[in-house]
Design a protein around this ligand. Structure first.
Ligand code: APR
Length: 322
């Protein structure tokens, strides 16, 4: 059987890291795509990673291109095309520029990779994944956004530091949009199965410290932008998107928090927002609806409203989306 084909649209910081991770995991053959001005970057990174194959002990064909025709037959497409944040910018500040990028990329996918499972990483995520789906015309269950895996990863990391336990034993559950309106579900987040509220009661931490960790998680991207100064996070975002791609390619039926199209569940009438979903060979196979208490629901609704506002802004900028 032929190896799966993975297209990485955007050969920047995240795109290059994605290519390296996908190659090391032997997920398939890789095409790194960028605009003509950066075709050299795509080709150069592809060659560099390919040359690490004999040393790292992996087989994969890795090529760079700026021709959408090279996306033919792609199984998974991960989209990081666009511009990242600089210090002082919010993700929403990227909306106008990155919407145009989603149009170009969405139309390219529609024409050359209509059977792909598409993972959007470009910010502001919840609006960009919606726009990418609209421009590509692909089924909603085949277009999903990466945010929750990353937010949960950040939350898990900070919790492991607080408790002095392995990150492997911490599991975190988040809902909602990427960033300020992220909804951390502390009662579903655990250390080896012990929920966070119980750990507060056990004296492992205090509610104040937990609240501070939640806030640091919400600001996790901005903290890294502030340190890097020239761009935004890329290692953890790439690792998160690869986990989603692998779930699809290997039909793992992973239950992961993703920006998915929700119609019916959570009282939503067709909106991309962060919810737990099952990812397998069918793409987003199931949206998992959990019961929220009043506080959680209030936070979730705030998140939903913020995503609706961004979608409305997209429609204002590009009337073809209205
Ligand atoms: N088609 C293809 N690639 C494009 C296009 C386009 N229309 N427009 C821009 N690009 C490419 C750029 O040339 C660049 O190489 O997208 C790449 C983006 O890479 P970086 O600037 O390094 O950004 P990165 O850190 O990878 O983040 C990409 O993901 O997390 C989000 O907020 C982040 O929106 C940003 C995106």
């Amino acid at each position: 059987m032929a190896r799966p084909k993975i297209a990485l649209i955007g050969a920047g910081q995240i795109g290059g890291t994605l290519a390296h991770l996908a190659a090391r995991k032997e997920l398939g053959d890789i095409v790194l795509f960028d605009i003509p001005d950066f075709e050299g970057t795509a080709k150069g990174k592809a060659l560099d990673i390919a040359q690490s194959g004999p040393i790292g002990g992996f087989d994969a064909s890795i090529t760079g291109t700026s021709d959408f025709a090279d996306l033919a037959g792609v199984d998974v497409c991960i989209v990081t095309a666009g511009v990242p944040r600089k210090p002082g910018m919010s993700r929403d500040d990227l909306l106008g520029i990155n919407l145009k990028v989603m149009k170009s990329v969405g139309e390219g996918i529609k024409k050359h990779a209509p059977n792909a499972f598409v993972i959007c990483v470009t910010n502001p995520l919840d609006a960009m994944v919606w726009a990418l789906r609209e421009f590509s015309g692909l089924p909603q269950n085949k277009v999903v956004g990466m945010a929750g895996v990353l937010d949960a990863g950040r939350f898990q990391h900070f919790l492991s530091l607080e408790f002095g336990v392995s990150m492997r034993d911490v599991s975190a559950f988040v809902l909602g949009g990427h960033g300020d309106t992220m909804v951390p579900l502390t009662r579903y987040s655990t250390v080896a199965g012990i929920p966070l509220p119980d750990l507060v009661a056990m004296g492992w931490t205090t509610q104040e410290k937990l609240d501070a960790i939640v806030q640091r998680t919400r600001d996790g991207g901005a903290e890294i932008v502030g340190l890097l100064k020239t761009g935004s996070a890329f290692y953890a975002p790439a690792a998160s998107a690869i986990e989603m791609a692998e779930a699809y390619l290997r039909d793992q039926k992973r239950l992961l928090p993703c920006a998915a199209y929700v119609k019916g569940a959570y009282g939503l009438d067709g909106l991309y927002v962060g919810v737990p979903v099952v990812i397998g060979a069918g793409g987003v196979e199931r949206v998992v609806e959990i019961k929220l208490n009043a506080d959680e629901n209030a936070m979730f609704q705030k998140s939903v409203d913020s995503v609706k506002g961004l979608v409305a802004a997209c429609k204002g900028i590009d009337p073809s989306l209205a």
